[in-house]
Ligand binder design. Structure first.
Ligand SMILES: *Cc1c(COP(=O)(O)O)cnc(C)c1O
Length: 229
């Protein structure tokens, strides 16, 4: 099936209207992204700053770009003018830099806290305690040009459905707890980004409001430079 067919199938058959579909286009070419765009897709996710910036320059300006991979503080300035959402906030230091660059660009940048839920040795994401500590901190209270819209999590890469479900449930429960404790008056704290190609159906059943889907839309990724494919 073509990229356009894959998007159409997802949108009409598998993904409920209330769940946002982020098309993860990392390693994919500008032409492939344009094909998805022409099929009506406007939300795209990338994990490498330079790749996203180069694509952003060449593609329609009404695309909403999401940063989904670990972000180094010294790269924030390159995406701050246009980024729609940074899903991978994993430290107060990063959030402070996003705030600083957002201020320079006279805007407020939507962010998700990336929460570590997998039973794996991954390097990035906040533990539950760390996320609470961040939200309670005086440093966070001072930031006026970032808006925390919700949480993002990546489940363990496993065939064990129960484990994946349990991890998604943990994220959902944690989200509800934070909402009660820190965001009771803020309607805009309403995003739970969980679910990828392998597990988005489970994630939706467990309360996901945003899925990040790459290979189901664009096909598998081989390691080659995006400009040469
Ligand atoms: C690559 C990636 C995805 C998409 O993965 P697929 O399995 O291709 O759907 C989703 N989220 C993050 C954080 C990623 O890095």
């Amino acid at each position: 099936m073509s990229i356009a067919d894959n998007i159409k199938t997802l949108k009409t058959q598998t993904v409920p209207k209330k769940v946002s579909l982020v098309a993860v286009s990392k390693t994919k070419s500008v032409a492939e992204i344009q094909e998805a765009y022409d099929a009506g897709q406007r939300l795209f996710g990338e994990n490498m700053v330079q790749e996203m910036v180069e694509k952003q320059e060449q593609l329609p300006k009404d695309i909403q770009w999401h940063q989904i991979g670990h972000l180094q503080t010294n790269k924030v300035k390159y995406i701050a003018p246009f980024i729609s959402m940074i899903e991978s906030v994993d430290s107060i230091k990063l959030l402070q830099e996003i705030n600083k660059q957002a201020l320079k660009n006279n805007r407020v940048i939507d962010c998700l806290l990336q929460i570590y839920i997998a039973d794996e040795e991954t390097k990035f994401g906040l533990g539950f305690d760390e996320a609470i500590e961040l939200l309670r901190s005086d440093e966070f209270a001072e930031l006026k040009n970032v808006k925390i819209r919700g949480l993002m999590g990546i489940a363990t890469n496993t065939d064990m459905e129960k484990q994946i479900r349990d991890e998604f449930q943990e994220l959902k429960v944690f989200f509800e707890g934070l909402k009660q404790s820190f965001f009771r008056k803020e309607e805009s704290f309403n995003v739970i980004s969980m679910g990828m190609s392998a597990d988005y159906e489970l994630a939706i059943e467990e309360g996901s409001t945003m899925i990040r889907v790459g290979s189901t839309i664009f096909g598998g990724r081989v390691i080659k430079h995006w400009k040469n494919n």
